[in-house]
Design a protein around this ligand. Structure first.
Ligand SMILES: Cc1cn([C@H]2C[C@H](O)[C@@H](COP(=O)(O)OP(=O)(O)O[C@H]3O[C@@H](C)C(=O)[C@@H](O)[C@H]3O)O2)c(=O)[nH]c1=O
Length: 221
């Protein structure tokens, strides 16, 4: 009699990256929903890929996109104090590579509300064994996957779909005086933005950002 309320398996599942990771901590309920917070370390282990559970039913789904206790238990213990959102009209819009210097350094928890991005985090912690290395992950509104970028990393993304909306939490307030950037196409970083020959859409600030060789990082491990 309640067949119309029977949960549907969430169409955004599976996320192939997590399926491929035998250490990922997830399982499915009898209804097919993912019921644990999944946290996967990326190539630089301080950067995490996170998939919160989604509970699907005939209406759609419900998801706790952030729960401070559950995230802290999974190792992401930040006091997020500001929520940001940006909308990018065109495919191939790049925002980045950005940071805020101490004492306004920010950890970021990034997700996509509409469309899709490739998100990039670059380690710029002086003395880090992975200094100058970067990781990237595809985030989509459909999958609900998030990326955690700690302090000491440059952050940027490229949009893969028109009208992409990105939301992120930060644990320090915006400070124009501490805002900094490094050039998105720095030759030493050589980030593959997967632009397929397209020219990116950039802000004037990002177009004129300094190269890594001229960047005196304010971060140490
Ligand atoms: C980031 C930020 C910007 N602004 C203002 C400043 C400016 O007038 C306008 C646009 O700022 P931007 O050009 O820096 O916006 P954007 O290029 O989207 O900057 C963002 O890029 C991504 C990749 C990040 O990681 C973020 O931390 C942030 O740096 O918004 C705030 O008022 N508060 C904020 O927290």
């Amino acid at each position: 009699m309640f067949a119309h309320l029977r949960p549907a398996i969430w169409a955004g599942w599976p996320n192939h990256r997590l399926c491929a990771n035998p250490r990922a901590s997830y399982f499915r309920s009898v209804y097919g929903a993912i019921v644990t917070l999944s946290v996967e370390a990326l190539g630089i282990p301080e950067v995490k890929l996170i998939t919160p559970p989604r509970f699907a039913d005939a209406r759609g789904y419900f998801s706790e996109t952030f729960n401070s206790a559950n995230f802290a238990a999974a190792g992401i213990d930040c006091n997020f104090i500001q929520d940001n959102q940006s909308g990018s009209v065109l495919v191939g819009t790049i925002r980045g590579l950005h940071y805020q210097a101490p004492p306004f350094a920010q950890s970021k928890l990034v997700r996509v509300l509409a469309g899709a991005i490739i998100d990039v985090a670059v380690d710029v912690r002086r003395g880090s064994p992975t200094y100058g290395q970067w990781v990237k992950a595809t985030l989509t509104a459909e999958s609900g996957t998030q990326i955690f970028v700690p302090k000491g990393f440059l952050h940027g993304f490229v949009t893969l779909a028109p009208d992409t909306v990105v939301a992120y939490k930060v644990d320090a307030p915006y400070s124009r005086e501490h805002d900094g950037s490094v050039r998105w196409n720095d030759p030493d970083l050589a980030i593959d933005w997967e632009l397929d020959g397209r020219l990116p859409v950039l802000s004037e600030k990002d177009e004129a950002a300094p190269l890594m060789t001229d960047f005196d990082t304010p971060f140490t491990v």
